[in-house]
Design a binder for this molecule. Structure first.
Ligand code: SAH
Length: 260
């Protein structure tokens, strides 16, 4: 597997978090919680994670990553009091941030990639690169940054790409690379990926994604089935080819091509 860190294309990339001004505030300034709401307290996230574990979240790594990211920093100030409830929330431009239990479920599936379970004895972040299609507000990218070596996250809507950049700036996550681009094309310079995760669902899994998946890697994405219903799909890349598993019904925003 190619373990070299890919170079960043100027045309696609925005400023990676690591090049943010050194004097950026330690805490994000956006969507600050009104004082006294207690959202800054880790107890709020602990409660959310406990609920997710009770609902079936099995990976301790994923639970730890979810504990670390302040979800209320990614939603509009009018919605901060709902940030830790098990609900999807609007993030602008007709898009939504997924419910915490859907984020947890998908990450739980992703970290079970064979290439990763083989490396699971190591502490800290899992080795390898991951591609997220649909940055949205940047919340899941932040969670991924605590799980994986490098995170490439693509968004087709400029407004959300910029919002995610603003939301993430103060977290100073040097391993998150935000890309303005059509995620249906993947991002070949970061390939191969040990994990690919999509936050938007199409009628098929694009071949570019499976092409860009590493051997032993896993893709987790919503995909519309023959009955017209969207379901969560897992694709594993093995020596014997691609193995697809269709899981429970889900409701994600549509995967669309091109930039807007
Ligand atoms: N993970 C996000 C959820 C975003 S919702 C979060 O934590 O907030 C899904 C996102 O996928 C939307 O922002 C939508 O614009 C984006 N999207 C849809 N089709 C896309 C494509 N082809 N390439 C990149 N992003 C896409």
């Amino acid at each position: 597997m190619n373990t070299q860190r890919p170079r960043f294309p100027a045309s696609l990339s925005s400023t990676p978090a690591k090049t943010a001004p050194a004097k950026s505030p330690a805490r994000p300034q956006t969507a600050a919680a009104p004082a006294g709401w207690g959202l800054d307290s880790s107890a709020v996230r602990e409660r959310m994670v406990k609920r997710l574990v009770a609902q079936g979240l099995s990976s301790k790594r994923v639970a730890d990553a979810l504990r670390q990211v302040e979800r209320h920093r990614f939603v509009d100030s009018a919605l901060v009091n709902q940030a830790y409830e098990d609900t999807s929330l609007p993030i602008g431009l007709g898009q939504t941030i997924s419910k915490p239990n859907v984020v947890g479920r998908m990450l739980d599936l992703l970290v079970q990639a064979r290439a990763l379970t083989e490396a699971a004895s190591t502490t800290g972040r899992l080795p390898g690169r991951v591609l997220e299609v649909g940055t949205g507000c940047g919340y899941q990218a932040a969670v991924l940054s605590h799980l994986f070596g490098e995170v490439y996250s693509m968004e087709r809507l400029k407004g959300l790409h910029e919002k995610a950049r603003d939301n993430l700036r103060a977290f100073r996550l040097a391993n998150v690379h935000l890309l303005l681009g059509d995620g249906m094309l993947g991002f070949v310079r970061g390939a191969p990926y040990v994990g690919i995760i999509a936050a938007a669902g199409g009628d098929d899994i694009p071949l570019t994604w499976t092409d860009q998946l590493a051997l032993g890697g896993r893709l987790v994405a919503p995909c519309t089935q023959k009955n017209g219903q969207q379901a969560l799909v897992v694709v594993d890349k093995t020596e014997d080819g691609l193995k697809q598993t269709v899981l429970e019904a889900v409701h994600f925003v549509p995967l669309k091509s091109g930039l807007a």
